[in-house]
Design a protein around this ligand. Structure first.
Ligand code: UDP
Length: 238
């Protein structure tokens, strides 16, 4: 039963970069499998899981060819997220997990269109819902899409799955003295310009009082521990 968790309904954001693993592009099958197993296990343990996937492993609007319209490039980025969504769905289904993909840009042949009430119903019916195509709008990020869906799904927590184990005061890969934050306030994230996620996403979480958890998704069991209330990375809240 879900009530044994501090955060029974989870919005999990997985960046495209996390899925790409050590590769320079696309999806690393081993990482995809690992992430899917983590989701499958937490789902089996009773969590309600809504997942938003990024697309940076394929394409980012910001890296559009020079002179190209930004909105045009952003649509390519959104389509990239759908590829990740379908791959994650495929991996989860091969593990026997019931899933639905909903996209913010309609493509009825491959996925359901995003319908808020229907998505909530899926969660209640114990299906993992994967959201593709971001918000469906250019000039946004999938972090913002994830914050938006978290609010719409009335998720108890926003889990930002990354390749690092939390938020640091400087890049831990470059500086040995880098210090990890256990807890941050939304304000501090904005004020100190800490690279947690973009301002729009943070604002949405703040305004809807959704705590944000940044943690390493490669470490087995983190999603479940985090849902139980253990701090497995950095918590951002009021
Ligand atoms: N994107 C967009 N609107 C959205 C979400 C995403 O235009 O609501 C585009 C944007 O171009 C972005 C790309 O999709 O660069 C891939 O998403 P993102 O960079 O957020 O993926 P991640 O960094 O999580 O892999």
């Amino acid at each position: 039963p879900a009530h044994k968790y501090k955060y029974p309904r989870v919005l999990l954001k997985i960046s495209g970069e996390a899925l790409q693993g050590q590769q320079g592009f696309g999806v690393d099958p081993a990482v995809l499998n690992l992430v899917a197993e983590e989701i499958a296990e937490s789902h089996r343990a009773g969590l309600q899981l809504a997942v938003v996937v990024g697309g940076g492993n394929y394409f980012r609007g910001a890296s559009a060819p020079k002179g190209m319209d930004r909105a045009q490039a952003d649509y390519v980025g959104m389509l990239a997220t759908v590829m990740n969504a379908l791959l994650l769905q495929g991996a989860l289904e091969s593990m026997g997990v019931a899933t639905r993909v909903q996209t913010a840009i309609e493509m009825r042949e491959v996925a359901e269109p995003y319908i808020r009430r229907r998505a909530i119903r899926h969660l209640e019916e114990r299906r993992v819902v994967i959201f593709g195509a971001g918000t469906g709008n250019p000039f946004f990020t999938t972090d913002t899409a994830a914050a938006l869906r978290a609010a719409e799904m009335q998720a108890d927590v926003f889990m930002k799955a990354t390749k690092v184990d939390g938020v640091y005061d400087c890049d831990p890969k470059k500086f040995g003295h880098a210090k990890k934050y256990e807890r941050l306030s939304y304000r501090q994230v904005s004020y100190d310009n800490l690279q947690v996620m973009d301002e729009t996403a943070i604002t949405l979480c703040k305004e809807n009082s959704i705590p944000v958890l940044v943690f390493n998704v490669m470490e087995r069991g983190n999603v479940l521990r985090a849902a139980q209330g253990f701090n497995v990375g950095t918590v951002v809240d009021a």
